[in-house]
Design a protein around this ligand. Sequence first.
Ligand code: ADP
Length: 349
Amino acid sequence: MSTGIRFDGVTVTYGRTTVLDSFDLTVEPGEVMALLGPSGSGKTTALRALAGFVEPAAGRVHIGDRDVTALPPHRRGVGMVVQQYALFPHMKVDANVAFGLKARKAPRAEITARVAEALEMTGMAAYAKRYPRELSGGQQQRVAIARALAIRPGVLLLDEPLSALDARLRSGMLAELARLHRELPDITMLYVTHDQVEALTLADRIAVMDSARLQDCGTPRDLYRRPRTEFTASFIGTANLLPVTVTADGVRLAGTALDVPAGGAAVGAPATLCVRPHLVGLGEGPNALRGTVAEVQWRGATHRLCVDVEGHRVTADLPELPAPPPAGAEVTLHFAAHDAVLLPAGTHG
Ligand code: ADP
């Protein structure tokens, strides 16, 4: 039985400060949803409101077809994994994993079986009799995941679970989490992170947050290719964001006429043109932009060219150039109309 999640106008305040503002989000059963945003944007607060650790000032939270807003945390059927593992230091691994089941007064035989199953699933079966201090950070986090899974939750909440690990362990654990999701397709996951790579790698969809609000929501591909706001465009991947005006004849970047679809933008309205640096080419082509090279960076497989065009900086990531133009050189850049997205101006958080 899979269980979805729904936030319905959830607002959380501390004193006079609103840290989560009318938050609406539906996570489908079995889906992995990342909550992605800068530090302080309200991600953890949303997670804690769902888990039952903070009480919303307004709005409701639903898990499956139940309104759980008034339920205590242990009755919500939710497993939670946090950044600092939060294992009990005086308990061995198996006792840590058994904790939630004991609290729920599960029969002894069932506890033994479920602990073994959860440790097996996280690759920690050989460590059942160790204390947390005898484990590495990555192993401790596996135990924390096993502990969350042991209660067979319908919903697994993960709050920056990889932040405390070093880069190499992090990518290994990311693959592990992806495997767990494949093996447990019925568990709905809500995954808080400020790291776009984690969100892009793991999530079916990403909810982008900034300043206590949901800014955007979509599949990783959608948000990358067709961001709806300047904030999403700059937070997910890198983006050239150029101020343009929409005229009756088309779109203009200062003195340069561009051949890009204006979409729904009103004539006369300021807009922002978004083009990803790797989709900008060097040399003549459609949407030619003439400018002066300000900086050249060699990045191994690519060269990054920063070019001043009409008073704006345009970045192009090009396959390694045999003879890159020097700083100060006059160059032409170009991009295809279908690689550009026109965004409403002033949607940067
Ligand atoms: P994120 O997870 O996106 O980093 P949080 O949800 O943890 O953001 O925090 C959102 C805002 O709420 C932050 O400005 C934070 O300082 C504030 N905040 C979080 N918890 C408390 C608390 N217990 N008391 C007061 N302010 C809090």
